[in-house]
Design a protein around this ligand. Sequence first.
Ligand code: V0D
Length: 257
Amino acid sequence: MFNKMRKTKEKDVPVTKEEVLRHPMPNHVAIIMDGNGRWAKKRALPRAAGHYEGMQVVRKITRFANELGIQILSLYAFSTENWKRPKSEVDYLMKLPEQFLTTFLPELVAENVKVQVIGHTEALPDHTRRAVEKAVEETSGNTGLVLNFALNYGSRAEITAAVKQIAKDVERGMLAPEDITEPLISSYLMTSGLADPDLLIRTSGEIRLSNFMLWQLAYTELWFTDVLWPDFTEQHFLEAIAAYQRRDRRFGGVSAR
Ligand code: V0D
């Protein structure tokens, strides 16, 4: 509460869009969208209802991020751990990309959003993979917000695959051990070509990274909230960005990076 509000004399006032637009915007915002199941449970609804509501919030926050001029929005939609959930729930989750894209792909195209994906998409059901690939293709020429979905993504698996490929390239003589620098390692990750996140948001009260972009988050500002993802609003997003902007101002010029 106190943390998220700007204090003007006696009153806490919510951050406005205009105020946030006056300060440097984070280029890349990443979100761990947690709390959909808990949201449903609180309402005695099936978990699927929480995921469905969470999908509506994805649409809302995507539009808003684009309006704010954010360049990259990375969303952790399905982790490699999520396969452990009941089959019925996994089956439902795997229908969401199609459902989302059937409804919103025209809107994404109209809004110049470029859909990308990181993660082992080859292991997704065909119907899911096809829907996502179609969206990636149809938006590949767009120049606005990059909407980067992490699907069947795990950071340690990503780093392991990168190390394996680097070893192969050394073995083939394409690369010398001296060439292995931090930027080279970044270029072997699935996020190659994307700047590292400036701000990570995690909803629903857990204070951990859960195997999301471990390498990429090395210098990222972290913002945690107890708000469940289906309850997450534009106002919460503004509060997270304002917190980032305050921290960034404090380090401005004497950056710790
Ligand atoms: C459920 C909250 C959009 C998190 C948001 C397969 C859990 C809603 C997508 C989506 C999910 C993915 C790719 C794409 C277009 C949309 C999505 C999953 C879960 C996991 F190209 N929401 N969403 N994918 N949830």
